[in-house]
Write a protein that binds this ligand. Structure first.
Ligand code: ADP
Ligand code: MG
Length: 224
């Protein structure tokens, strides 16, 4: 078993309201650095709340979160941002690509604040585009690509820093079955290459592709 990259212990997240909403109840999740985990649950069950916590985009109300052994609740905002930029890649349902820019430019631009050294940015961008199988599309703009290809550009942008963890929130929500399968295959390949992958989804077929499935219902996490 490899070391945990994510250790969430008794984490609760409440939003102040009024009314107060407790979106996550005392969640404990341990994810190893070689894992491919899906987190599945219905709409409103707390999936995005959990992803925001795992991705250091939000802080727990109570409980502790160690990322790669670092107690993140003690970090400053800058410390969290630096850890996030270095170690976590994000993929969302919407691709968030710049329409006027090429595939290569979209991927390159993401490295501006990522800490990737300037001289290696181009090389890294080309490698990431190759990893998602889009080298032949690097000079294309997003409008000329299929939905699945656009999401693969978003994945290239997310992995350019070689993050420890790829966090995906409903990554196939805008895709048809066939293209969503391509994106899932890409996640499997990245996981085979050593990246921890966490996919949040309400789609049971997508969830089943992972080697481990965590369920979340009404803000309560349970494994099956
Ligand atoms: P999911 O992603 O599974 O659809 P969310 O994590 O977005 O669910 O939301 C879980 C619950 O927390 C919902 O009841 C939602 O309304 C509530 N919630 C999410 N974000 C906020 C917020 N910023 N303020 C108040 N309530 C929120
Ligand atoms: Mg959500």
């Amino acid at each position: 078993m490899s070391a945990p990259v994510i250790e969430l212990v008794d984490v609760t997240k409440s939003f102040p309201g009024p009314p107060v909403v407790t979106a996550l109840h005392a969640a404990t999740i341990r994810i190893e650095s070689s894992a491919y985990v899906s987190i599945v649950g219905p709409s409103g069950s707390g999936k995005s709340t959990l992803l925001n916590l795992l991705g250091l985009l939000d802080r727990p109300t109570t409980g502790s979160y160690l990322f790669d052994g670092v107690p993140t609740t003690d970090l400053t905002e800058n410390g969290r941002a630096a850890l996030r930029a270095r170690s976590i890649g994000f993929v969302f349902q919407s691709f968030h690509l710049l329409p006027e820019r090429t595939v290569l430019e979209n991927v390159l631009l993401s490295t501006l604040y990522s800490g990737v050294p300037r001289e290696s940015r181009l090389e890294r961008a080309l490698t990431a585009i190759e990893q998602v199988g889009l080298s032949h599309r690097s000079t294309f703009t997003p409008a000329t690509l299929s939905g699945g290809e656009r999401q693969r550009v978003a994945v290239a942008r997310a992995i350019i820093t070689s993050p420890k963890v790829l966090l995906a929130d409903e990554p196939t929500g805008n895709l048809d079955q066939q293209t969503s399968r391509q994106v899932m295959e890409l996640f499997e390949q990245l996981n085979d290459d050593g990246m921890a992958v966490v996919v949040i989804t309400h789609d049971a077929a997508v969830a089943r592709r992972a080697t481990r499935v965590v369920h979340i219902v009404d803000g309560r996490v349970e494994e099956q």
